[in-house]
Design a binder for this molecule. Structure first.
Ligand code: MEV
Length: 376
């Protein structure tokens, strides 16, 4: 049987159709840009559609399940590299991933509070009442927790002490931004009443640390090019862990994978990026989002951990038929399954990049693909 990359477009589409059962209409929507009328409803001052290539990364096995991984990206080599890394991982069982519940944090900022500690206690004492106000706003997602903490302004403006009330909301299979914001706005008057302060911001936090995803894989040393390459990859990781200039580029490679799936499936990639980079700097120094080590057998093991707020209901997939089909191609049944696949794409992408950099260099791979595409 032909490999996916050896097929022409129709053969690729038939392959996907057989694998996940796409209708003719769904197949057609993969090649059709978003209708201008939809774009015009989505943003202001619309004049056109900006297109990005959509491809499929192959060979991914995640928690024992085969998944085709759609990636929307303009950069050559990324999809081939992810597929290659996934193929190497597959020989050792593929990717093993875990994702937390879809817990989002919403923040309500209260200023001009005379007694912040007292106000905090009063807010916590009314937890049930406040959660009920939030929950009256949604049938599909649930506010399940309430916290409050003092924040001291350390900016040059010295605006004083403030109270931040935080809602924890289970967004289930949605990304949850709209629901969280609506709930924060709904509880704001009550918070102002209880604290006697002035509410300023009412908004979700894109630092979704209660919504973590973790993914691991082992890559055979022989497939990577031998023990020497494994060692050189560990040197590459050592630099990414210890030096911010390398860490940013290393994580850019990770995000090549994560963002491409995010874009293909209609996720808010800016939110994902902001949260990922904050997490990379969680101990005060910006570091690699992945960890790499050598196993007892001399193979290379890798792990990625990051907050990932993604959804399979609501959001762009509602209005963009291509994103909807991309989700179908992935066959994910929950936001967690999507997050795990995205983490696997990030880990695979990172492995492919640092392997190439530790061996022949990134340009050689780029040029090989370029040559193949243009028949040289
Ligand atoms: C290019 O898009 C990504 C890389 O620079 C990532 C890396 O250096 O690890 C190759």
């Amino acid at each position: 049987m032909k490999k996916f990359y050896e097929m022409v477009r129709d053969e690729r589409l038939d392959f996907i159709k057989n694998a996940v059962g796409l209708s003719e209409e769904e197949k057609a929507s993969l090649g059709a840009p978003l209708a201008f009328e939809s774009a015009d409803r989505m943003v202001e001052n619309a004049v056109g559609i900006m297109s990005v290539p959509l491809g499929i990364a192959t060979n991914f096995v995640i928690n024992g399940v085969e998944r085709l991984v759609p990636m929307a990206i303009e950069e050559p080599s990324v999809i081939a590299a992810a597929s290659k890394a996934a193929k190497i991982a597959r020989a050792k069982g593929g990717f093993t991933a875990k994702a937390d519940r879809s817990l989002m944090i919403g923040q309500v900022q209260v200023v001009s509070v005379k007694n912040v500690a007292g106000a905090r206690r009063k807010v916590l004492a009314k937890k049930k009442e406040i959660l009920a106000i939030a929950n009256a706003k949604s049938k599909s997602v649930a506010a399940i927790g309430l916290g409050a903490r003092e924040v001291r302004d350390a900016s040059r403006n010295r605006m004083g002490r403030m109270l931040v009330v935080e809602l924890t909301i289970d967004a289930k299979d949605a990304m949850g931004a709209n629901a969280v914001n609506t709930m924060c706005e709904a509880i704001a008057p009550k918070i102002a009443e209880i604290t006697g302060g002035e509410v300023v911001l009412k908004i979700l936090s894109n630092y979704a640390t209660k919504r973590m995803v973790r993914c691991k894989a082992v890559f055979d040393k022989g497939e990577l090019g031998g023990s020497k390459i494994v060692k050189r990859i560990l040197y590459a990781y050592a630099l990414a862990h210890s030096d911010v200039y390398r860490a940013v580029t290393h994580n850019k490679g990770v995000m090549n994978g994560i963002d491409a799936v995010a874009l293909a499936t209609g996720q808010d990639f800016r939110a994902i990026e902001a949260g990922a980079h904050a997490y990379a700097a969680r101990d005060g120094t910006y570091r690699s989002l992945t960890r790499w080590w050598r196993t007892k057998e001399g193979d290379l093991a890798g792990e990625i951990e990051l907050p990932l707020a993604v959804g399979i209901v609501g959001g762009v997939a509602n209005v963009n038929p291509t994103a909807k089909v991309a989700l179908k191609i992935m066959s994910v049944k929950s936001a967690q399954e999507l997050a795990m696949a995205m983490a696997a794409a990030g880990l695979a992408q990172n492995l492919a990049a640092i392997r190439a950099l530790s061996a022949e260099g990134i340009q050689a791979g780029h040029m090989r693909l370029h040559a193949r595409k243009f028949g040289k």
